[in-house]
Design a protein around this ligand. Structure first.
Ligand SMILES: [Zn+2]
Length: 444
């Protein structure tokens, strides 16, 4: 179970050599002939990362850079494990590409891209509303806890390459009808971004990514047209379909991009592992919405984003997994170009990060309840601040203020939260020359 990541990595490379692409394709075609599409989604390796990575590694220069990044990653992971240091929010500029999209659909596609960023920002930071389901199952996983990578994905708005005539400076980096990578899956014109490429791919596949993406190469997370965004936004051919309609397969593929294997390892069987100590051993993928599965003498972590459960039934990364992703992002962070993001947005994110540090203050001057809240949130001021002029502000996870109110002399305030989306929010209370902060979950 406790296999050093280094050995896992060597094992993965061997796997790439023996599992030839041709053989997998043949198997895949045969299954399509035998089964209907719905069955395909259940039976076939719906994520093409391992096969795709084998293909990428055949390029000598790509493989050389990959090995160099992996060597530095292993050093970073050792550091991360010895002293967990997730304090600083890592900010990543994102571009989303729809080569088969239509320009007349731009507003919708931008909204779809923004929705997917919101989902990723929640899933990677453990602030998704359904992570509360973990409370019901955590006794099954005594050596595990949920993790947060403290990372922020921001649609880039500045210094775009001049490639899509309809993409204007200041607008989100969403290309429509641009032939990304000349039909391939990476594009060095878009080096420096985290790229999402949404296009029709083999119908049984939801998506794929390099196992350890390289921003210098303009690598992309490739998603099928029906597996990007969620069921609240649909844009013609880019409309997600159940059970992959909550944007979670993008979370899964982005996990690969940041060096995570499937929780059953790459070869399957109980003696193979994902190299992460707090994800229990699994011998193969689980599908649908499994209850309790025990393949290797411990209960499978089927709700993990790196299994194959339905979007609605996966909701967490483990702390060991977020250690890996955090270490990987730190390794390649300098390849992402920060000048693609509005400096004000960067500053707002950094300030918000300071808020989350203060939330652990023992001199908390107010209480929030219930937490999680649904349609109403009560804010109760404690004695030490009640004589001050008080202002309450609430922010969503992107740093946008959702309300502000003055509370002069009142002990308790009721806030109507019925119009807020599910997720994590930060509440700041300004009293005199100080402010206090806490967070609250909205869940309906
Ligand atoms: Zn996968």
């Amino acid at each position: 179970m406790l296999i050093m990541y280094y050995y896992y990595y060597i094992g993965a490379l061997n796997f790439y050599k023996i599992n030839s692409m041709k053989k997998t394709k043949l198997l895949f075609t045969g299954l399509i002939a035998l089964l209907g599409f719905n069955s395909i989604a259940q039976e076939v390796d719906r994520c093409g990362t391992n096969v795709y990575m084998e293909e990428r590694m055949q390029n000598e220069e790509y493989a050389r850079q990959h090995n160099e990044i992996q060597a530095r990653f292993i050093e970073n992971l050792d550091l991360q494990k010895s002293s967990r240091r997730n304090e600083e929010t890592l900010i990543i500029p994102v571009a989303v590409h729809f080569p088969t999209g239509s320009e007349s659909n731009r507003d919708c596609l931008v909204e779809l891209a923004e929705k997917q960023m919101e989902i990723l920002n929640n899933d990677f930071n453990g602030t998704n509303a359904d992570i509360s389901n973990w409370d019901n199952v955590e006794d099954n996983y005594p050596n595990s806890s949920t993790g947060s990578a403290n990372v922020r994905f921001v649609l880039a708005t500045e210094n775009h390459p001049n490639l899509d005539p309809d993409l204007e400076e200041g607008d989100p980096a969403v290309t429509i009808g641009y032939n990304f990578g000349n039909g391939g899956d990476s594009d060095t014109n878009w080096a420096g971004y985290l790229n999402f490429l949404v296009k029709p791919i083999n119908a049984g596949l939801l998506g794929y990514s390099p196992l350890g993406g390289n921003p210098l190469q303009g690598d992309a997370i490739v998603m099928n047209t029906f597996a990007f965004g969620d069921n609240t936004v649909g844009c013609g051919q880019f409309t997600s379909s159940a059970p992959f309609n909550l944007g979670r397969t993008v979370t899964h593929e982005l996990g690969h991009h940041f060096n995570l294997a499937h929780i059953w390892g790459n070869q399957g069987g109980c003696s193979n592992d994902d190299g992460i100590s707090d994800t229990p051993s699994a011998s193969s993928a689980t599908y649908g919405c499994p209850s309790v599965v025990n393949q290797c003498g411990s209960i499978n972590m089927t709700m993990n984003f790196m299994d194959y459960s339905n979007d609605a039934c996966m909701y967490m990364f483990s702390e060991g997994q977020t250690d890996v992703m955090r270490s990987y992002i730190e390794t390649v962070l300098s390849y992402y170009e920060e000048d693609k993001i509005d400096p004000q947005v960067i500053e707002d994110i950094k300030n918000e990060n300071n808020v989350s540090v203060n939330e652990f203050s023992s001199e908390l001057a107010f209480d929030l309840y219930p937490n999680p809240a649904a349609d109403h949130l009560y804010i109760k001021m404690n004695n030490e601040i009640i004589s001050e002029n008080i202002t309450v502000q609430m922010f969503d996870i992107t740093g946008k203020m959702v309300f502000e109110l003055g509370v002069n002399g009142k002990v308790e305030e009721i806030v109507n939260t019925s119009s807020l989306k599910n997720g994590m929010y930060f509440v700041k209370v300004f009293a005199g020359d100080k402010y206090y902060a806490d967070k609250v979950m909205i869940s309906k």
